[in-house]
Design a binder for this molecule. Structure first.
Ligand SMILES: NC(=O)c1ccc[n+]([C@@H]2O[C@H](COP(=O)([O-])OP(=O)(O)OC[C@H]3O[C@@H](n4cnc5c(N)ncnc54)[C@H](OP(=O)(O)O)[C@@H]3O)[C@@H](O)[C@H]2O)c1
Length: 227
């Protein structure tokens, strides 16, 4: 089974559907239970859902209980959940900064710590980074808390690949360019992206299934445009 976080909308929703169409079983996570139920109703045979707030330890523990109870073994994880604050440096509060690090970095830490015991040998963890956090890419005013947290997620991915090498688990990061979602509209209001969630979901689902046969510990730019 492949676990997908941030599955209630946007890229995570589309990735869950794409994996199901490729005949994978999916464990789809997010906080919005209504949206998860809609996802499951549309693709009920292969998609299992679990409400989970990755910023809340008790909620993550419930996820662990669910996985244990259902004897789930994970061959892949797509950690796609994330959040974005668009504010200039002078207006960003400590709480804003902490929120970005919690939503975009600590969610990955908590998730992988929780699900590691249920991952099979030769499984693949894919983190969803951003071109904003890719070294040397174009940077934009207002997105510095988001982009630095995504940069940290990329480096975390490289470090985790080393940590998990001995367990035969691969970890790679996909740094996405613009995809038409609610988050993109928050970052760049009115921008028309060259890709829709379904388009990028095709790539992500193929990559989580096969990418680790060819690479480990890599940070890959996956962008037609930035933004
Ligand atoms: N769209 C782009 O152009 C773009 C570009 C580069 C990178 N990305 C990255 O791609 C990923 C998906 O982006 P998107 O555009 O699809 O964003 P989105 O539409 O805002 O979706 C974000 C998802 O994350 C979930 N989420 C947020 N906080 C969570 C938490 N604490 N616990 C569990 N789930 C949580 C949300 O679900 P709930 O609210 O239901 O929990 C939602 O399903 C993000 O990591 C984003 O940074 C997007």
């Amino acid at each position: 089974m492949i676990l997908v976080t941030g599955a209630s909308r946007g890229i995570g929703y589309a990735t869950s559907v794409s994996l199901a169409k490729k005949k994978e079983r999916v464990l789809a996570l997010a906080r919005s239970s209504d949206a998860l139920e809609k996802l499951q109703n549309e693709h009920s045979r292969r998609i299992h859902i679990q409400t989970c707030d990755l910023m809340n330890l008790a909620s993550v523990q419930l996820l662990v209980d669910y996985i244990r109870e259902h004897r789930i073994q994970l061959t892949g994880v797509v950690h796609n959940a994330g959040a974005l604050i668009n504010k200039p440096f002078s207006e960003l509060t400590d709480d804003d900064w902490m929120h970005m690090w919690n939503a975009n970095v600590m969610t990955a830490v908590r998730l992988v710590r929780a699900v590691l015991p249920f991952m099979t040998k030769k499984s693949h963890i894919v983190t969803i980074g951003s071109m904003g956090g890719f070294q040397g890419s174009a940077k934009f005013p207002g997105l510095l808390a988001y982009s630095t947290s995504k940069g940290a997620l990329s480096t975390w991915t490289e470090c985790m690949a080393k940590e998990l090498e001995k367990e035969n688990i691969s970890v790679n990061c996909l740094c996405l360019g613009a995809v038409q979602t609610e988050m993109l509209n928050l970052a760049f209001p009115g921008l028309k992206a060259p890709l829709k969630p379904d388009d990028i979901a095709e790539f992500i689902s193929d990559f989580v299934i096969n990418g680790h046969r060819f690479m480990n510990g890599k940070i890959l730019p996956v962008a037609l445009s930035n933004p």
